[in-house]
Every structure is written in structure tokens, then in C-alpha cells.
Design a protein around this ligand. Structure first.
Ligand code: SAH
Length: 250
């Protein structure tokens, strides 16, 4: 029997290919097989060695079921053939990326793996909009939440979330932004609380809008913002005007 290969679950970063880690890039360069997601920059695949097998798993929102099984199967199949496999995922692999489930699957098959962290969109998008997610004067902490809420709306503790003065960062929240803003206000957040939405962060397509819990829904609708986007709620958003920098760079 051949030696087992190894799987590197690698964070590709939020969009700009330069935001991958040095180690993440090294893993791509030595991989025999690369299984990559939809939001991963195509530029990163050019670092693959000649002859590397590139497997795309274009997960569209809400169609996860079978594709996830396919990914699990590919991971095991190629690793058991003794190959070096890179599972390249957008942002950080353990932040809303099902990286945990993939690692569990590998563990169940006794396949060695490493987790290579990446720059997550929930931190990178605010950074590229000049919004520090924490700040001594505005927020002593930050909460990361999945905003897709499909069939599990009630799992969010809206009361606790609304009460804290901390920054709230929603991933996958665009389809539910109206509901999100409504729930936060219903549970006591001031309607004047600033909100930023950052679309295609760290790419040349990046756009940012700022409003409040009361106004942001109309603003994103007018400007036709859509996924992928990060929603940032909290007083730190006030710093955008003063600290924005991407607009001056590109
Ligand atoms: N593991 C990823 C998140 C996967 S969930 C990470 O750590 O970043 C996918 C969600 O991430 C999208 O719905 C969006 O909310 C966010 N996202 C990913 N890339 C983004 C980008 N370039 N700009 C804004 N949001 C992004």
C-alpha cells in the first residue's frame, strides 16, 4: 500500500491574491491536486506546478449538499493515492467555510492534514474600508455572525447581540439585510447606529457604502449591492470617512 498523502486546508485570503500567506502560497506550489472554491482568486492557481490537477467546486449559495460530499470524496481519494492535496478556500478556512467539517472527515479516515489560516473577509473588508473592527473609544470587541439565517433564524440571540456595544460583522448577510436591521432595532439597537456594507473587498471591484440601521437597506438597494459583501454594524463605522484609503489608491 502506498503512503498516505497529506491535505493542506489553506486560506486563500479575501480576494486580492497578494493577501494569501507565504506558507499558503508554498502549499499551492507543491500541491499535486488543488481543490478550490468559487471566491478564490484565479491568480493563485497560476502558482500551481506544471501538471497539478485543479478541481473546481463552484459552490453557489444554498446548493451546498452534494458538492460538499464531492469535496470530501476528492480529499480522501487523492490523499489515499499518496498525493499532496491543497484545499484552497476563500478567506480563512475555519471561518464559515466548512473547513472544520473537512478536517473532521480527514481525521475520520486517518489522513494527515494541516490548517493554514487566511485573512478573513470579516476583518479584511473593514480594514480595506478604513474601519478598525475594534477601537478603544468605540468598541471593545467584535462578533462575527453568519447572516444567511436559512431555516435557523431563531438561532441568533438578537437581544444579546443588540445589547452589546461591540462591533457586529455579518458574513453572507445580503439576502437578509432588511431582516437583520429590523431585528437589531426591535431588540434595542438605536436606529442611528452606523452600518457599512463592503462589496468585493480587497479586489479592484471593491465598493463601500455607509448608512444607519434605518437607511442602509435603501442605500444598498439603490446602488445594487450584492454578494459577496460584509456588513459592519457599530460606532467604529464612523471612522470610515476619516480613515478610508482604498479610494485614493485605485
Ligand atoms: N471563509 C471565508 C468566508 C466564507 S462565507 C472568510 O474567512 O472570509 C462567504 C462570505 O464571506 C460572503 O457571503 C461574504 O459575506 C464574505 N466575503 C468573502 N469574500 C468577500 C469579499 N471579497 N468582500 C466582501 N465579503 C466577502
Amino acid at each position: 500500500m502506498m503512503n498516505k498523502g497529506k491535505v493542506y486546508i489553506v486560506g486563500a485570503g479575501p480576494g486580492d491574491p497578494k493577501l494569501i500567506t507565504v506558507y499558503g502560497r508554498e502549499c499551492i506550489e507543491k500541491a499535486d491536486v488543488i481543490i478550490y472554491d468559487r471566491l478564490v482568486s484565479a491568480q493563485l492557481l497560476t502558482y500551481a506546478k506544471e501538471g497539478a490537477m485543479l478541481l473546481y467546486c463552484g459552490k453557489e449559495p444554498r446548493k451546498h449538499g452534494n458538492i460538499q460530499q464531492q469535496i470530501h470524496q476528492w480529499l480522501v481519494e487523492h490523499a489515499l493515492q499518496g498525493k499532496t492535496v491543497v484545499r484552497l478556500k476563500g478567506g480563512d478556512p475555519f471561518m464559515f467555510g466548512r473547513g472544520g467539517e473537512e478536517a473532521e472527515h480527514l481525521r475520520a479516515y486517518g489522513i494527515p492534514y494541516e490548517i493554514v489560516p487566511g485573512v478573513t473577509a470579516g476583518v479584511a473588508a473593514p480594514a480595506y474600508a478604513g474601519i478598525p473592527v475594534t477601537h478603544r473609544n468605540y468598541a471593545g470587541g467584535v462578533t462575527f455572525i453568519a447572516g444567511h439565517l436559512s431555516g435557523e433564524r431563531d438561532r441568533i440571540r438578537w437581544d444579546a447581540l443588540s445589547e452589546a456595544a461591540n462591533t457586529i460583522v455579518f458574513y453572507m448577510g445580503m439576502a437578509n439585510i432588511a431582516y437583520i436591521c429590523e431585528q437589531l432595532q426591535r431588540h434595542g439597537k438605536d436606529g442611528e447606529t452606523p452600518v457599512a456594507v463592503i462589496e468585493w473587498a480587497t479586489t479592484t471591484e471593491q465598493r463601500t457604502v455607509v448608512g444607519t440601521l434605518q437607511t442602509i437597506v435603501d442605500i444598498v438597494h439603490d446602488k445594487q449591492f450584492s454578494s459577496p459583501a460584509i456588513i459592519v454594524v457599530g460606532d467604529v463605522v464612523r471612522l470610515h470617512d476619516q480613515l478610508k484609503w482604498v479610494e485614493e489608491k485605485w
